[in-house]
Ligand binder design. Structure first.
Ligand SMILES: *Cc1c(COP(=O)(O)O)cnc(C)c1O
Length: 355
């Protein structure tokens, strides 16, 4: 591991109460920063005190949105170690997102070393609550000043850490989702496969409408025919129909979730058939009427597994698994969180012990 320069925070903050963490509200004492310039490339990663940064008002990210990010977690295990979950996959995806947005790629190993050094530096911030974790947010922005429309020649990479509470303080429970008919998240050839801020900016409006209607998440349909299921909010989505587990294929407008991949591999190792294919919303509602839609759940780093209990499309609303958490959802949730927390075997080598 390369030595990373540290400028220690001489004024550490008081840590928040473990019961009130929520998500993304508190940040630790340090952050990782690394700059890119056309002549130096990415250089001099450093751990510095967490705090505001100064940017020129013409910094290109403010105008044309060249940004990418990642989301991962550090967990305290039952025996007091600290682990990351498949961090290589996050490093790789960051570069894939960057490639789409014309951001220069980073050395994945160097960045992971930097993240590990940062988590070690702020290890006292990792909450010990059963399902709590330290959320890790790496991101890159275009910092070059100027209003010309082109790829910037200067960037800043930062990694910030946020102690976060359990996604389900009262235990895993289903969410209700709203099938969005008007707005779309992404189209083939667009930026749907990249983890970039613009995808979120364009999705907020639909999210607001869904929430006003009393639903917690939006289910996105494909951008062309508004017929096929893509994702749920910032999660990939799975269904169990007549015993078969199906999930939308990676069609070019869906984010390839790492949890999605973990779920597919676990299900296959349990002997389930998992099919990646197009799934129309009609098919889903028809399966519900026929009584063959057995389960539905979203997958993502934040919630791990998010069972779907209700789904509204136009004027029709269906209830799935009787509005309860389905059997597969529960088993997947327990298995993945068990692997993350070190209470279960890790047959795939997903856990990376860092402390
Ligand atoms: C991050 C993200 C996901 C989930 O990815 P994970 O790697 O499983 O956390 C799914 N969809 C979108 C749009 C995302 O941004």
């Amino acid at each position: 591991m390369k030595e990373i320069k540290v400028i220690r925070n001489e004024q550490p903050k008081t840590k928040p109460d473990g019961d009130r963490l929520g998500f993304g509200k508190y940040f630790t004492d340090h952050m990782l920063v690394m700059d890119y310039s056309a002549d130096q490339g990415w250089h001099e990663p450093m751990i510095v005190p967490y705090g505001p940064i100064t940017l020129d008002p013409s910094a290109m990210v403010f105008h044309y949105g060249q940004e990418v990010f990642e989301g991962m977690k550090a967990y305290k295990t039952a025996d007091g170690h600290v682990c990351l979950f498949r961090p290589d996959a996050n490093m790789h995806r960051l570069n894939q997102s960057s490639e789409r947005i014309s951001i220069p790629e980073v050395d994945e190993e160097l960045l992971l070393d930097g993240i590990i050094a940062l988590v070690r530096e702020d290890q006292d911030w990792i909450p010990d609550g059963a399902e709590s974790s330290l959320y890790i947010r790496p991101f890159i922005i275009a910092t070059e000043p100027g209003l010309g429309v082109r790829a910037a020649r200067e960037y800043k990479l930062m990694v910030i850490l946020s102690p976060s509470g359990s996604y389900y303080p009262e235990g895993i429970h289903p969410v209700s989702i709203f099938v969005e008919n008007q707005y779309v998240r992404a189209v083939r050839g667009g930026t749907g496969t990249a983890k970039t801020a613009g995808n979120y900016a364009s999705g907020i409006k639909a999210q607001e409408i869904a929430q006003k209607e009393g639903y917690s998440q939006v289910l996105w349909l494909d951008g062309v025919e508004k017929k096929y299921i893509e994702e749920v909010g910032s999660m990939n989505v799975f269904f169990k129909i007549s015993g078969e587990i199906v999930t939308p294929e990676l069609s070019g407008s869906i984010l390839a979730g790492i949890t999605r991949d973990s779920v597919i591999r676990l299900l296959q190792s349990w002997g389930h058939q998992v099919t990646e294919r197009k799934i129309s919303v009609e098919e889903l509602f028809a399966a519900s009427s026929a009584g063959t839609l057995e389960e539905a759940f979203g997958t993502g780093t934040a919630a791990v597994i998010s069972p779907i209990g209700k789904m509204k499309w136009d004027s029709e609303e269906i209830t799935i698994s009787g509005g309860h958490t389905g059997e597969i959802s529960k088993k997947l949730y327990d298995t993945i969180t068990g692997i993350q927390k070190g209470v279960l075997e890790d047959p795939f080598g997903w856990r990376k012990v860092i402390l």
